[in-house]
Design a protein around this ligand. Structure first.
Ligand code: NAD
Length: 311
């Protein structure tokens, strides 16, 4: 299957790299407003192809995306350039919505014209509002975003490191929105089927202290990375590469991704079944009353924010 990556800055390049290494696509086309950049990234990775299973990676224009089954959009203003790196700013990544709606208004109609059947996977921030904007611009519903998959990996990692178990053995989700108001589902976090709260009590650890420090580390992980290397990129590249693989292989795997949620009338990030046509079913994990209220609050805010663009 042909895959297009639109926007080949730090995130798009990391996504392309993850995809070349996973080698599930036969053809990857890189499109960027800065064609020279797309060409350089494609050329650089092309020279590594003899070491990977056969994949063609080239730069291109929209015409070269004809027949693509999946398009990954990573184009747009990032946190550093868009002034969204202040930990005390409640708007967080929502600051990037206005400039990035403009970018999507440019990209999505051109994409849909040449690849009307492509599933669209969004990594650009803020992902849930951009799912709604993209559905509207594309006129179809095969739109999903990486959303809280990355936050959930961060949650699993921090739990695993503090509790000294492998992250693969931790089941824990972050839901709602990829951002400051994401909801960490402590009530359903499990290790070997045992609730994390029970494991902490057994080890004599206090849940409230443990919880505060993990929530801070998960919510602001991107800013710590941006302070060091200017942009959060490799983790999201690995996530986008993995979700692309799920679509390409029609895996029906479950990840917390952003998709339109009819119950709330807006896109939210929840564990969802993903395959060749995008999201086929949105699940509702076990949640406490507070966690449910957190998701509902996110939904209200996101709906309000999106409405200003879809009038
Ligand atoms: P970047 O500035 O390095 O790259 C952006 C690229 O988009 C540039 O190459 C630019 O030329 C291209 N572009 C801009 N407008 C375009 C258009 N109309 N058509 C085609 N290409 C266009 O930024 P980045 O660090 O790669 O970040 C990209 C986006 O990903 C940002 O919104 C950032 O916040 C987001 N991001 C998301 C996550 C996540 O977890 N979902 C993590 C990190 C970054």
């Amino acid at each position: 299957m042909k895959v297009g990556i639109i926007g080949v800055g730090t995130v798009g390049a990391a996504t392309a790299m993850a995809m070349v290494l996973r080698a599930r696509a036969r053809e990857i086309v890189l499109v960027d407003a800065n064609r020279a950049r797309a060409k350089a990234v494609a050329t650089d990775m092309h020279y590594g192809v003899p070491l990977s299973p056969l994949v063609s990676i080239t730069d291109g224009d929209y015409a070269d995306l004809g027949g693509a089954g999946l398009a990954i959009i990573c184009a747009g203003v990032n946190e550093k350039a868009g002034g969204a790196t202040d930990r005390s700013d409640p708007a967080g990544r929502l600051r990037l919505l206005e400039p990035n709606v403009k970018v999507f208004q440019d990209i999505v109609p051109k994409l849909v014209k040449v690849a009307p059947k492509a599933v669209i996977l969004i990594a650009t921030n803020p992902p849930e509002p951009l799912v709604e904007i993209t559905r509207h611009l594309a006129g179809h519903d095969r739109v999903l975003s990486t959303s809280t998959t990355l936050d959930s990996l961060r949650f699993r990692l921090h739990l695993s490191e503090r509790l000294k178990v492998s992250p693969q053995s931790v089941e824990a989700y972050v839901v709602g929105e990829h951002g400051t108001f994401s909801v960490l589902l402590w009530s359903s976090a499990r290790i070997g089927g045992m609730p994390v709260a029970e494991l902490l009590a057994r080890r004599g650890l206090r849940l409230d202290e443990f919880r505060q420090s993990i929530e801070r580390d998960v919510r602001y992980a991107n800013i710590t990375i941006i302070e060091g290397i200017g942009a959060s990129q490799y983790g999201i590249g690995m996530v986008a590469g993995r979700i692309a693989e799920v679509v390409l292989r029609d895996e029906q795997a479950v990840y917390p991704v952003g998709a339109h949620n009819p119950r709330y009338g807006v896109a939210l990030s929840l564990p969802s079944v993903i395959g060749r046509a995008g999201v086929s079913e949105v699940l509702w994990p076990e949640m406490s009353a507070d966690e449910t209220a957190g998701v509902e609050k996110s939904a209200e805010r996101l709906k309000e924010v999106v409405a200003t663009y879809l009038k």
